[in-house]
Design a protein around this ligand. Structure first.
Ligand code: UGA
Length: 433
């Protein structure tokens, strides 16, 4: 099989498929990325990926190339390129998907299967199938639900498989058989499979991310109310979470969601609904987005308030830059956003992160970066914005020895408030007493 696009999704998919015994060629236009991957090095931080790459490359089943022609001879071709937000619009930018398929077309053979994994607006598979049709190849859509930080596990043992199959019965049967072969291991483990049409498969992916985003913004809205009502959103989340219909997961209030998926996916979904003349059906996602963005403002506001009304010339330790722990991804990261805004208010920000400093520096070279200790040394306030284990387990007494002011803003509600207060800190959570 070929995997076109070797980013967070494609690199993990290619290495995992090789681990499962398939012959895989990973293709990407970025030569530096391909060179690193071919040498068994992960070009980004993802737990378990380096070991998997080394093993798969050494087995001879995983190779990499910058040449689309390397896809020739593969039976199945996965499209795993990015679909970022289009500049100046909420819609998804499909130029990489289109370029990947255009580049692949000259190398397709009759009976090949092009499998879309990228998150796309509903209707894309149908459009691409018209590009692919003259070659005698088929198109299927097989969305990916992996989470960064757990990408290897999620790919090797997915919690469900979704196949969006072509409309013609004969093609649909052949495509399903090919996908069953690809996922034979997961199917052997009785992984639930939903075999459906293109449009449903495309929608499943954005619907799942829209639901997760809604869940997070719901609890963040409860945090906003808790703040004015004197309630505690963490206890509220625990209490409603005991209802299995609601569930406790994805109910952590804090600085909100970021990353390369949730924010742009909900926007692209609203843009697509509008194109389809059903914008009103997804108007609530605009609220979800707005609530989410307000939480970043709130973190900044709390820091300024705690510093007596101005952050100017105050040293602020920002702990966390990645959009979530166990990742070096800073795309649309609330943490990095908070650091930049505080810096813009004249604070002397020193930001730290176990993995995401290099990516942050590329985007925001104006910020000062350092180790956890560099950030904490002499700080007037400490802001925790990514819940890395290293920050969750900080000892408030010893941190207290390093800082100038014992003020901690817990932007992820991940610290033990009682413990920090007992160590003499002014502890401020989001939506917490
Ligand atoms: C998300 C989905 O969870 C995956 O299922 C999906 O496959 C992926 O997008 C994708 O479309 O590729 P990911 O972006 O890796 O995965 O991150 P999440 O774990 O969903 O976290 C997203 C953001 O929500 C993070 O910034 C996180 O800090 C925040 N979050 C999460 C909260 O603020 N509260 C929570 O309770 C949970």
């Amino acid at each position: 099989m070929s995997v076109i696009g070797c980013g967070y999704l494609g690199a993990v998919h290619a290495a995992s498929m090789a681990k499962l015994g398939h012959e895989v060629v990973g293709i990407d236009v970025d030569k530096a990325k391909i060179d690193a991957l071919a040498a068994g090095e992960a070009p980004f931080f993802e737990p378990g990926l380096p070991e998997l790459l080394v093993e798969s490359v050494a087995s001879g089943r995983l190779t990499f190339s910058t040449d689309a022609a390397a896809a020739r001879g593969s039976k199945v071709h996965f499209i795993a390129v990015g679909t970022p937000q289009k500049a100046g619009s909420y819609a998804a930018d499909l130029r990489y998907v289109d370029a990947a398929v255009q580049g692949l077309v000259p190398h397709l053979q009759p009976g090949d299967l092009v499998v879309g994994k990228s998150t796309v607006p509903v209707g894309t598979a149908e459009r691409l199938s018209r590009m692919v049709e003259p070659t005698g190849a088929m198109v299927a859509w097989n969305p990916e639900f992996l989470r960064e930080g757990f990408a290897v596990k999620d790919t090797l043992t997915p919690d469900r498989l979704v196949y969006g199959l072509p409309p013609k019965a004969e093609e649909s049967a052949v495509a399903k058989e090919l996908l069953d072969e690809v996922y034979v291991e997961a199917l052997r483990l009785d992984t639930p499979l939903v075999a459906t049409d293109w449009a449903t498969a495309e929608l499943v992916k954005v619907a799942a991310n829209a639901f997760l985003a809604t869940k997070i913004s719901f609890i963040n809205a409860m945090a906003e109310i808790s703040e004015v009502a004197g309630a505690d959103v963490t206890e509220l989340a625990d209490a409603i979470g005991y209802d299995v219909r609601i569930g406790r997961r994805f109910l952590n209030a804090g600085a909100g969601f970021g990353g390369g998926c949730l924010p742009k996916d909900i926007r692209a979904f609203t843009a697509r609904a509008e194109e389809l003349g059903k914008g009103e059906a997804l108007n609530f996602l605009k609220e979800v987005d707005a609530i989410n963005l307000r939480r970043r403002d709130r973190v900044v506001e709390l820091v300024v308030e705690a510093l007596g009304g101005s952050a100017y010339n105050k040293k602020v330790a920002v702990l966390g830059l990645a959009f979530k722990p166990d990742s070096d991804d800073t795309r649309d990261s609330p943490a990095l956003d908070v650091a930049v805004r505080l810096n813009g208010l004249g604070a002397n920000v020193v930001a730290s992160d176990p993995e995401a400093i290099a990516n942050s520096r590329r985007l925001h070279p104006q910020l000062a970066y350092g180790s956890t200790n560099d950030a904490l040394e002499g700080a007037d306030a400490v802001v925790v914005v990514t819940e890395w284990a290293e920050y969750r387990t900080l000892d408030p007494a010893s941190v207290g020895e390093l800082v100038s002011g014992r003020i901690v803003i817990d932007g992820r509600n991940c610290l033990d408030a009682k413990q920090w207060r007992e160590a003499g800190w002014q502890y401020i959570g989001l939506g917490r007493r």
